[in-house]
Ligand binder design. Structure first.
Ligand code: IMP
Ligand code: MG
Length: 173
């Protein structure tokens, strides 16, 4: 509602960076098909923009995880609340996430997807807050590395607000 927001990356800056990521991913995967797993809800805006910038055949899948806690701090327990409806055995999977914070969500997910027999599992995140990491996980592709600030927009929310902002902003406390 009356949250005070300060722009961190404009719409133009964000879209430019996503185009660059798409080009890099297209180069790296050659002509292989990529199975994008978009992590709902936050990564949905990013995943769609990214997929449009990838030249390879792309297969879009969706998962939703929840980590319990309050609005700005996760508790550590990660659960899959919406699972894939297609097998990923033998697929080249690219997990697309909005932000890696503690890293718990991504660490759990990558482990699960590897166990299901994917040919490869890579991670692409729009934002990374490395200062907050509590488990060892690195993204293969990162849009922007940011300081330990709470951000919204481009899919990211603060108590379900601000996801639809076309830019990335810091919530000022
Ligand atoms: P992790 O398991 O701690 O890495 O949690 C990642 C999840 O926490 C993301 O998918 C977001 O849903 C949420 N999150 C972490 N930092 C932020 C932020 O600055 N803004 C909005 N959501 C965040
Ligand atoms: Mg999320």
């Amino acid at each position: 509602m009356g949250d005070k927001l300060k722009i961190m990356y404009t719409e133009e800056e964000t879209n430019k960076r996503i185009r660059e990521l798409g080009e890099q991913i297209s180069r790296d995967y050659g002509d292989r098909e990529i199975t994008i797993i978009c992590i709902l809800k936050g990564a949905s805006f990013f995943a769609c923009e990214l997929a449009k910038r990838i030249d390879n055949p792309v297969n879009m899948e969706f998962m939703r995880c929840s980590s319990y806690g309050n609005e700005t701090q996760s508790s550590g327990e990660v659960r899959i609340v919406l699972d894939l409806d297609n097998p990923i055995k033998g697929k080249d999977v690219l997990v697309v996430e909005d932000i890696i914070d503690t890293g718990r969500t991504m660490k759990t997910l990558v482990g699960t997807l590897k166990n299901r027999g994917a040919n490869s599992v890579k991670v692409c995140t729009l934002l990374d807050k490395p200062e907050r990491r509590v488990v060892d996980i690195k993204a293969d592709y990162t849009g922007f590395v940011i300081p330990d600030k709470f951000v919204v927009g481009y899919g990211l929310d603060y108590a379900q607000r601000h996801r639809n902002l076309p830019y990335i902003a810091e919530v000022e406390v």
